[in-house]
Design a protein around this ligand. Structure first.
Ligand code: NAD
Ligand code: UD1
Length: 320
């Protein structure tokens, strides 16, 4: 079998670096395009000597043609693209919606245009549960109303529509995956808007207090990054997957109260738990209906939350 070349935008980030690991293990050549705005070189340090990996520092919003033509000359044409690069802070998108259009919407079209001109075999896009906004349905099906409550969510939804358009009109196979709350090793806990599991893990491993916003009975569908990277690579190589966007979650809800205790247990921490007022616009229930991912991709999350938290705790403890 010929070795396939896969481009991963945002490949130095949290989900991206796990996806790169999986592609290299599969025997692919991998090109990472990343501007290191939130991604880190150290996320791929363990692959430093891998001759099948190239890392190119580039802002994908500035265009990708020059970067990719150098790869094409040195290696081979691009077979597949996994588009994960994004400005991921929802609050930043609210403060500066025009920047968000550039980094989270126009960028998708740049990549699709490249795919059209080069006859790329598949484009996989990281969408988000943020496309739904605050829906009544739980678990939420892909057919639920889409009322995104941020420019981030709007740009993810718009990107999905561009994927569909390129598939319908230009015949480029595409898959949009709507990730729920992803967690695991390499997730950066540094921002106030980092994923709750990374924040709780960081605080529990330092033995400082954990703050739960509101009564803690709000739920989320926490999905382990190893499952998410598997879904991405499955979609990337699936010839038969439907082009409809699919949810990537576990189908299980965990309350933030349960989560705090699970994290404390996984770390073996003595951190105290306190409560603070609810976040504005807090979503009360969030859970994926996972039937479409199973039907379309044959994908089902496999890692129970206790196991995923244990692996995450081990990683956080190895960092301190
Ligand atoms: P991350 O911040 O770790 O990864 C994003 C990567 O993209 C980083 O390496 C960053 O440096 C890079 N990047 C950002 N803008 C870029 C640009 N203009 N040019 C080149 N590189 C750029 O975040 P993540 O959690 O790994 O998210 C990956 C994708 O998954 C994003 O598209 C995000 O919106 C989506 N997503 C994540 C979650 C989650 O729970 N983590 C949930 C839903 C959707
Ligand atoms: C996610 C996005 C968020 C976006 C929202 C809507 C991430 C990390 N966040 O938020 O930017 O607006 O989807 O699409 O992807 N919590 C605490 N204590 C903390 C931190 C969080 O109790 O220190 C709670 C939050 O109030 C929330 C839950 O934990 O109830 C999860 O928070 P978070 O990880 O930020 O994810 P979302 O709220 O789902």
């Amino acid at each position: 079998m010929t070795q396939e070349l896969v481009v991963v935008t945002g490949g130095a980030g949290f989900i991206g670096s796990h996806t790169v690991d999986r592609l290299l293990e599969r025997g692919c050549r991998v090109v990472v395009l990343d501007n290191f705005s939130t991604g880190k070189r150290e996320n791929l340090d363990h692959r430093r000597d891998d001759e099948n990996l190239r890392i190119i520092e580039v802002n994908v919003a500035d265009g990708i043609w020059a970067a990719l033509s150098s790869v094409e000359q040195a290696w081979q044409p691009v077979d597949r693209i996994i588009h994960l690069a994004a400005q991921t802070a929802v609050v930043t998108s609210i403060v500066n919606p025009l920047d968000d259009i550039r980094s989270n919407y126009a960028t998708t079209v740049h990549l699709l245009e490249y795919a059209r001109c080069r006859g790329v075999k598949k484009v996989v896009f990281a969408s988000s549960a943020a496309v739904y906004g605050d829906v009544d349905e739980s678990p939420v099906r892909e057919t639920a109303p889409k009322v995104p409550l941020s420019p981030y969510g709007i740009d993810k939804l718009g990107s999905e529509m561009y994927l569909r358009y390129y598939a319908e009109v230009h015949g480029i196979p595409t898959n949009a995956l709507r990730f729920f709350n992803v967690y695991g090793p390499r997730q950066d806990p540094k921002s106030a808007y980092s994923g709750v599991i990374s924040i709780f893990m960081d605080r529990a491993s330092r033995g400082v207090g954990i703050t739960i916003f509101g009564d803690g009975e709000q739920t989320r569908d926490f999905v382990f990054v190893g499952d998410v990277s598997r879904a991405i690579v499955t979609a990337c190589f699936s010839e038969s997957a439907s082009r409809e966007p699919v949810n990537i979650g576990t189908g299980n809800e965990t309350t933030v109260n349960q989560l705090a205790q699970l994290v404390i247990d996984a770390i073996g921490s003595k951190s105290a738990i306190t409560h603070a007022p609810s976040r504005a616009g807090e979503i009360v229930r969030s859970c994926a209906d996972v039937g479409a991912a199973k039907a379309s991709l044959g994908f089902e999350a496999q890692i129970p939350i206790a196991d995923g938290l244990k692996q995450t705790a081990d990683w956080f403890q190895s960092q301190s």
